[in-house]
Ligand binder design. Structure first.
Ligand code: SAH
Length: 502
């Protein structure tokens, strides 16, 4: 595996300082899977090219204790493309051998390390699963000029056709540390394989190397999924954390914002009224098994638990912190087993299909929809109405028209900084009617809180009722089959194994 890094920054030999590798020396480093050599192909004032050559030892890997992937005598353990192509081995080498540069520090040349300089990276061979288009979609949004040349399967037998391997060159005016971070994350993503077991610490690596640029990347979901070897629970966790990664402590900020919202709405004791209105609907329809989707800190769960008619109560939220607070609020540890067994807390995101959510009489979705990015709404609708498909859905959201009544809320602002939108009554009705029609529900609207003659109620509520539940099984109500995304992936993933935080 050969990676070369070239700069035309003047003096180009600064690259040696940035990489902490002297141009005049060949250096070799022993890594768990073989050797990494660093040397320079050229080093002049005008142009400097450093090379990282990886000598992956597949036989050594198999013989290492616990090294044989899958065991047995499969020949491909010994004979494979790993020694030759860019892969997760390259990422390990970057972090072990060029770690200081990856971290962006350079004692002698801090200014150059902190500056965008003309750089190009060339990877002699890398498998591009997803093809050249995917390669471009990965790197072009980050500002790289991408050149890619597909390699034939065998140069001596052109009739055998092309391989999945490309020679790739990426050029940009970029900080060296950023270029290395992009390669570190995206080369294994291109390759879509990893040579080691991917566990929770991989989420940390992704967040630490990708936190600055991944949240804004249009392919962030595929990137996270491939980086985490398609382990869905990890991908979910990474994505939910990435979404807020620009904030210093996203959940702490969320809490402050929630308090601000509470302060705005407190005079109306809206929270209380919302919970009351939702409970009234759930009681009226005789619901026994209920979901609280985006349960937050568990206010509704607490009330549901007090009523024995609710025999199975499941709260789901994307925020682990919120779930921890909910757990404390419910005092789960101290409850009698018969009570405790009626409630479960699940960590999950409402934009992913989740088998754990199907088969319920009703779902409450209180003050959650306005936290979803508009492009995610379609996925949320399918997760809720098509896959979870409860008999009744009680959904609340702020009424934007009422905002003018809040004295403390400057005109044109929303009640909560994390709200992606706040709908007028007409906008909410348009959304709800369309979703109901598409998924075979009937919908009616109820006000929550004191209604103003002109602005309407502070909170608006829609109650969706599944029509003709007997027809529901045939799936004919909605577009058939899961939506396939780019790269054969899908935002709506197949169901997940049980994982509870309770
Ligand atoms: N339903 C609660 C909390 C509302 S605040 C109440 O009425 O008091 C919104 C909640 O939605 C937050 O706890 C947030 O973590 C959660 N949330 C936001 N996006 C989500 C998603 N995609 N999946 C699951 N929960 C989400």
């Amino acid at each position: 595996m050969l990676l070369t890094l070239t700069t035309t920054h003047r003096p180009a030999t600064d690259l040696g300082w940035l990489l902490h590798k002297k141009p005049a020396r060949l250096q070799t480093f022993e890594l768990p899977f073989g050797a990494a050599h660093v040397f320079y192909l050229e080093a002049t004032e005008e142009r400097c090219t450093a090379a990282l050559l990886l000598d992956v030892d597949p036989v050594g890997l198999v013989r290492r204790p616990g090294g044989a992937a899958g065991g047995g005598w499969a020949l491909d353990q010994y004979v494979n493309d790993r020694p030759y192509v860019g892969s997760s081995f390259m990422s390990v080498a970057i972090s072990r051998v060029l770690g200081t540069a990856l971290g962006g520090t350079c004692k002698t040349h801090p200014q150059v390390a902190a500056s965008a300089i003309p750089l190009s990276a060339r990877i002699a061979a890398v498998p591009c699963r997803g093809g050249e288009r995917f390669l471009r979609l990965l790197f072009e949004p980050l500002g790289y000029e991408v050149s890619a040349r597909r390699r034939p399967l065998n140069e001596r037998f052109p009739q055998w056709g092309e391989s999945a391997v490309f020679t790739v060159e990426l050029s940009a005016v970029v900080r060296l540390a950023d270029l290395l971070a992009h390669l570190y994350v995206l080369v294994p993503v291109l390759d879509d394989d990893k040579h080691y077991w991917v566990g929770r610490d991989e989420v940390e690596k992704l967040l630490s190397r990708g936190g600055d640029w991944l949240p804004a990347h249009p392919l962030r979901e595929q990137i996270a999924a491939r980086y985490l070897k398609h382990r869905r629970s990890l991908t979910r966790e990474a994505l939910s954390r990435l979404a807020d990664e620009d904030a210093p402590d996203p959940e702490a900020v969320e809490e402050t914002h929630a308090k601000e919202e509470e302060a705005v709405e407190k005079s109306l004791s809206l929270n209380e009224r919302r919970v009351g209105a939702i409970l009234a609907v759930l009681r009226a329809i005789g619901a026994r098994r209920v979901l609280d989707l985006g349960c937050g800190e568990g206010r509704l769960l607490e009330r549901l638990l007090r009523e024995r008619t609710f025999t199975e109560i499941v709260g789901l939220d994307v925020s682990v912190r919120a779930l921890e607070i909910a757990k404390d609020r419910l005092k789960l540890e101290r409850l009698a087993p018969a009570v405790r067994d009626r409630v479960r807390l699940l960590h999950g995101a409402l934009t992913y299909r989740d088998k754990r959510l199907s088969g319920f009489d009703a779902a409450a979705v209180a003050e959650v929809i306005e936290h979803l990015d508009p492009p995610r709404l379609a996925a949320f609708e399918r997760v809720l109405f098509e896959f979870a498909r409860p008999g009744t859905v009680v959904l609340t959201t702020p009424n934007a028209e009422y905002n003018e009544k809040f004295a403390d809320l400057p005109a044109g602002t929303r009640r909560h900084r994390d709200h992606r939108f706040e709908w007028t009554r007409a906008e909410f009705a348009a959304w709800a009617n369309r979703a109901a029609g598409r998924f075979g529900y009937a919908v009616r609207f109820l006000p929550v809180g004191e209604e103003d003659a002109r602005a309407g109620p502070p909170t608006q509520m829609a109650v969706f009722q599944l029509i003709a539940a007997s027809d529901a099984e045939d799936g004919g109500h909605a577009a058939a089959g899961p939506e396939r995304g780019e790269d054969g992936g899908s935002e709506i993933r197949p169901p997940e194994k049980k994982a509870t935080t309770s």
